[in-house]
Ligand binder design. Structure first.
Ligand code: NCD
Length: 488
């Protein structure tokens, strides 16, 4: 594994059978506190554009124990980013300064994925590791959390886990959930204020989810995991902020209500989540958890270094497969068409050209614009945009009729990426052909990610990319899901 950017990049086997055992194998070595060697030619650059105590500190200790060189940048204000240098050029510079591994912590979401892409495209051999990107992901924290659960609980499946505090903005919660979603018999309990509830997209991946707005619902949990109110990302008013804080504080009294052998975790920093009186309670295992950052990141550094030369991103354009649904003589098709009452009521047939069919309602006009921008049609080239045609597959659809116009294959693939339902009727030389793209690629260079914190809204070189996810679109960089109409 070369890059550690998002838990979503890894399979169950990779996380639970390779990474966690790998982190475990470093525990004894980390305990000795003795450097394993001296490797001044290996270099890690830490670019931390948000504050950090544990992630940066444990990575630094990991690199000392491995005998590597390191370079450390603390705060975006210490770099030329404040002079409006782009993220792309900033990371290119780190690679040029010898980073075998580049660990980044950013407020901007998806910056690490973008960095990995830029460096691979420029042929740098650098592993990119995400020390936290905004509210999105913090994968290396998840690995140390899992290492801790495995050590204390003796298993990584079949338990009840309760999360409390800021479940909306807490990236460590999101990453951990993505990993636990692979495991059997995990029940979730979620305790949070209305302002900080977990987004549906994370809840959806679990079968057993119980929600409440008090810590009481965590009474039968095997693991309890807290998250600080992420004030720096919080948008609600200060009164609700304070209310949320007061409600989610674990005191002695509260502790009595939990299981006797519960383990209580927190990525730290904690602010008011624990009463100082319970700091020494053996159920609170946050010090062990934080210490596990060292062996975990020793493994991350070694693994990233080993694989730094691998090409992991598929830069080649995905080959689109065309599926021919129907091919017949045009007159035969016209005969058949007559028998379909609904269709010919709405638009006139053409003898030469392309009909783009099964376009989701509202997208017809966007595809028309796209074709005009590509100079494939002039303003008058589109004979009809038919709104609200009843269809069996979609309740209402749009149809574009392009008389005497044929679209190149790449453009057909690009149009299909707008929506996988789209089909193309091509009428040429008295032959009618209906085709469809089997594997519509990512939507790229079309639309804008609505997340203001997404790297695509912060770097001119980062153009938006989306994949289809059920009926929605999923941003390749910030990993957030949106409805199609929010994007195009
Ligand atoms: C967390 C983070 O930065 O996401 N801390 C950490 O890395 N251990 C949690 C937080 O800031 O609340």
């Amino acid at each position: 594994m070369k890059n550690f950017i998002s838990i979503n990049d890894f399979s169950r086997e990779e996380i639970f059978e390779k990474i966690i055992p790998g982190c475990k194998s470093m525990v004894a070595k980390a305990k000795t506190k003795k450097p394993l060697g001296w490797h001044p030619s290996k270099k890690v650059i830490f670019a931390f554009f948000e504050p950090s105590t544990r992630t940066l500190g444990s990575y630094l200790e990991a690199s000392r124990l491995l005998g590597w060189r390191n370079m450390q940048i603390n705060g975006a204000e210490a770099t030329s980013l404040t002079k409006k240098e782009s993220m792309a050029n900033t990371v290119r510079m780190f690679a040029a300064q010898g980073a075998d591994v580049l660990v980044m912590r950013t407020k901007i979401e998806g910056a690490q994925r973008f960095a990995a892409e830029i460096l691979e495209a420029d042929d740098w051999n650098t592993s990119v590791q995400n020390g936290g990107d905004g509210t999105n992901q913090h994968p290396t924290q998840t690995f140390l959390d899992l290492l801790t659960i495995s050590e204390k609980l003796g298993r990584l499946d079949n338990f009840k886990i309760g999360f409390f505090g800021d479940l909306k903005y807490g990236r460590t919660v999101h990453s951990l959930l993505c990993a636990l979603a692979h495991q059997k018999n995990i029940s979730l309990k979620l305790a949070s204020a209305p302002e900080t509830v977990l987004q549906d997209r994370y809840k959806k991946i679990f079968k057993n989810v119980e929600e409440g707005d008090s810590l009481d619902i965590l009474a039968d949990c095997d693991v309890i995991y807290g998250s600080r109110l992420q004030e720096e990302r919080f948008t609600a008013d200060p009164v609700s902020l304070q209310r949320a804080r007061d409600r989610f504080k674990i005191s002695h009294k509260q502790l009595e209500m939990f299981k006797k052998d519960v383990i209580i975790m927190h990525p730290m920093p904690y602010v008011e989540e624990f009463d100082p009186q319970i700091r020494k309670d053996s159920r609170l295992i946050i010090d062990l958890q934080a210490w596990h950052g060292i062996p975990t990141r020793m493994f991350m550094l070694e693994e990233g270094y080993k694989n730094r030369k691998k090409k992991t991103l598929n830069n080649e354009k995905q080959k689109s497969e065309f599926e021919i649904i129907t091919k017949m003589k045009l007159d035969k098709y016209m005969e058949e068409r007559k028998s379909k009452k609904t269709v010919h009521k709405y638009f006139m047939p053409i003898n030469n050209g392309t009909v783009i069919d099964h376009i989701p309602r509202g997208l017809g006009i966007k595809i028309r614009e796209f074709l005009i921008n590509k100079k494939l049609v002039g303003d008058i080239g589109v004979k009809h945009i038919i709104e609200d045609v009843p269809s069996k597959k979609q309740r209402l659809k749009n149809v574009l009729v392009l008389e005497d116009i044929f679209i190149p294959k790449e453009t057909i693939a690009a149009i299909s990426s707008f929506a996988p339902t789209i089909t193309f009727n091509i009428i040429k030389n008295n032959i009618f052909q209906k085709i469809k793209i089997k594997n519509p690629s990512m939507i790229s260079g079309i639309g804008r990610c609505p997340n203001e914190n997404c790297i695509t809204n912060h770097d001119g070189e980062a153009s938006s990319k989306f994949t289809h996810h059920n009926d929605n679109l999923y941003c390749y960089y910030c990993e957030k899901e949106f409805e199609q109409r929010e994007i195009i």
